[in-house]
Design a protein around this ligand. Structure first.
Ligand code: HEM
Length: 401
């Protein structure tokens, strides 16, 4: 986003590439690797069997037998991202294998040390983040086929079967649907009219697909705990010691789409200003993004204000286009609140009712749902006050006629 004379747009692919974003894939890692070099066989073998190892309660003992591998054979960003994906999934399985009442205080050194080193190399936290769960965790079934849900699969999985797969891949499609919006971000203010094309509305049908692919009961009782972190989580109040890295426990938030670049970029582009508390949480989530993506959001923030440009133009078409974008962003957030109500609040009520029933199904077949996160997101926010506050401050970002 170089300042220019206003007449020419920067060459898009180049501008986005500076931030490790692409015109085709946005913030998704383009065509991620699916296998690591041979010396990392012990990691891959565990990672490919995670759902079974976790549900049979064998993962911790398998990790204890794992050799401590050096990270020096890992070459390039792609191998590092796959290593981070693999180690983050193994870590979440290791921590939450026995549910929220059977957590551990220490991550063993044969897992902690390489995970720490790979995290340092990528500038990512040593915990599963959106960058692992979604951005680096996809492959095409048919390599020449389209980027559509039927032709997609995850690389590494956790318990939750088809619902987990659906949750990851629908979120991935939302990332993909946001790509045209990134292009707007990078060309503003040269082509403000492009803002009309900002695809906020396009992300809503993608999110609707959750209904077809993710069972709320499985999401709530099985999947959610594996995304939970060790910061602001009553189930792990002391954080986690990464053995061989530090003797002091460390705290990290769990994986959340609040770590996705999309809405941070749109907020900055449209000049949305959230309340102090909500903004503090969202800004902390930026630390969980790959550093180039964080830099992209910061670049948009530092660019000349789009809102100011629209205001001073006194052009009613621009005012309208700008307000359509803000309104679509607020609609996305409203819709997201209904999704969260369905997948957390209603699912929690049903899970409790199911457990209370004699021989209740949800309790026995799905394990005990986590209670520490009933009112909190996996990122650690107080769910509804946070989500409603940011939806309302988004609406306040409209330009008054
Ligand atoms: C089962 C479905 C979903 C549930 C239960 C859910 C839950 C949540 C929760 C609890 C938060 C608050 C932050 C935290 O503490 O983690 C959050 C934030 C967020 N979620 Fe979701 N989410 C779901 C699906 C999605 C999808 C598909 C997207 C699309 C990318 C998405 C995008 C976001 C964003 C961008 C935020 C940050 C708040 C914002 O900027 O509006 N979520 N989500």
């Amino acid at each position: 986003m170089e300042p220019g004379d206003g007449s020419e747009e920067p060459a898009l692919p180049l501008a986005l590439a500076r931030f490790q974003l692409s015109e085709e894939y946005g913030s998704l890692l383009p065509e991620p690797l699916t296998e690591l070099p041979a010396p990392y066989g012990p990691w891959m073998e565990i990672a490919h069997n995670l759902p079974q190892l976790i549900t049979s309660h064998q993962l911790r003992s398998r990790v204890h037998q794992m050799p401590q591998l050096s990270t020096r054979h890992l070459r390039g960003r792609e191998e590092l991202h796959l290593a981070h994906l693999v180690l983050s999934f193994i870590t979440m399985g290791y921590i939450w294998q026995e549910g929220e009442e059977g957590t551990v205080k220490v991550l063993p050194r044969n897992l902690a040390v390489p995970f720490w080193e790979v995290s340092q190399a990528l500038g990512l936290p040593p915990i599963l983040s959106h960058a692992d769960f979604v951005l680096a965790n996809w492959r095409r079934k048919n390599p020449n086929g389209p980027l559509e849900i039927n032709n997609l699969d995850t690389i590494i999985s956790l318990p939750g079967g088809e619902s987990l797969r659906g949750f990851i891949l629908v979120t991935l499609l939302v990332e993909k649907a946001a790509v045209p919006g990134f292009k707007v971000g990078i060309t503003v203010p040269h082509s403000v009219l492009l803002a009309q094309k900002a695809p906020m509305v396009g992300t809503i049908p993608c999110t609707l697909a959750l209904v077809d692919y993710v069972d709320p009961a499985v999401f709530y009782a099985v999947i959610r705990i594996f995304l939970s972190g060790w910061k602001d989580n009553p189930a792990m109040p002391d954080g986690l010691i990464y053995e061989g890295v530090s003797d002091e426990p460390m705290e990290y938030s769990g994986g959340s789409a609040a770590q996705s670049t999309i809405l941070h970029a749109f907020d900055e582009l449209l000049g949305i200003r959230h309340s102090k508390e909500s903004a503090a949480f969202l800004h902390r989530m930026r630390d969980y993004m790959p550093p180039p993506h964080r830099a992209f959001v910061e670049e948009i923030r530092r660019a000349p204000s789009l809102k100011q440009h629209v205001l001073s133009s006194r052009d009613t078409r621009l005012h309208k286009a700008f307000n359509q974008c803000v309104s679509a962003l607020a609609d996305f957030r409203s819709y997201h609140i209904t999704v969260v109500t369905k997948y957390i609040t209603i699912a929690a009520t049903k899970a409790k009712a199911g457990q209370a029933e004699p021989g209740g199904k949800s309790g026995s077949s799905m394990g005990k749902p986590p209670s520490a996160l009933e009112a909190k997101g996996t990122g650690g926010s107080h769910i509804f006050s946070f989500l409603k506050s940011i939806r309302d401050t988004t609406r306040e970002g409209m330009i008054n006629a």
